[in-house]
Design a protein around this ligand. Sequence first.
Ligand code: TRP
Length: 333
Amino acid sequence: MTAEKKVVLLSGMQPSGALHIGNYEGALRNWVDLQNSGKYKMFNCIVDWHALTSSSDETELLVPRIYEMAADFIAAGLDPEQTAIFVQSQVKEHAELHLLLSMIIPIPWLERVPSYKEKRETLGLDNYGFLGYPILQTADIIIYRARVVPVGKDQLAHLEIAREIVRRFHYLYGEVFPEPEALVTKHAVLPGTDGRKMSKTYGNYIALGDGPDIICEKVKNMFTDPEKIHKTDKGHPDRCPVYIYRTIYDADLPVDLKDKCASGDASVGCVACKKALMQAIVDYFADFRAKRSELLADKAQLDAILEDGAKRARERAAETMILVRKAMNMYGS
Ligand code: TRP
């Protein structure tokens, strides 16, 4: 397929520290597959300005988190040659487009976005940038005239507002952008090590970069089926995080394990099951860990990768801004 025939795709993630296996299953693994399908021209944006909407009090963490995220992306299989991997704040056009779009968006559109309402209450966020979060996200997408955005279900409201913003822009100034579509990631939602949703705040995650000792420690402390206390108690493997992880990471998972566990067969038990899982996860991410440490040990190389990504992103963003300024009759256009 020639470069022009490829569908433009934009993916984005906030640099909130090292990625965990839930992020990998929920997003990254899918991005790598999309990249390897060869159908897309991919832009992958580390959205540091978005991170500031909720962490303006810890800006010193931002740069180390960006490096970790870039290393995680590349170690997991995003190839900087095929996918432009870059930092949002390095492409100033996002900010210009965000500003211009902010002139045509009624505040109630923003106030009714579910994540705004929810986080405003739970995190007590009330800054102006946070209200404008969906406009900035829209700018991230349409600045590349992207058609496709791979996201989890939690982002559908943001995609919907992006489409509304595009339609409003077109109504006022004429057609410039495709209406971006969500490509909803189909994946098994990975529970946390304690069975709740995997999350940084709960501390119930396994990070992609965790070394063997940490993996073993975390797996040792994992929750299993609370109803299975003795080996001979009937288990519920579908509700057991250890079993669920094994179905993903253990290539040698015995086919009869599930039935044996469910029937309380004394030849299988949670301790042995955890041991097998430790080894499986350690092995599964061994290459990943090696690549990740190698990347993190050479910041100059990471900088070069991110700069090259930003350069390619800027080229496309600059083309879009010429069209936007013209459509809006801006001075000098
Ligand atoms: N809001 C997204 C999230 O929390 C992050 C994001 C910002 C994003 N800009 C984007 C995702 C553009 C996709 C496209 O996950």
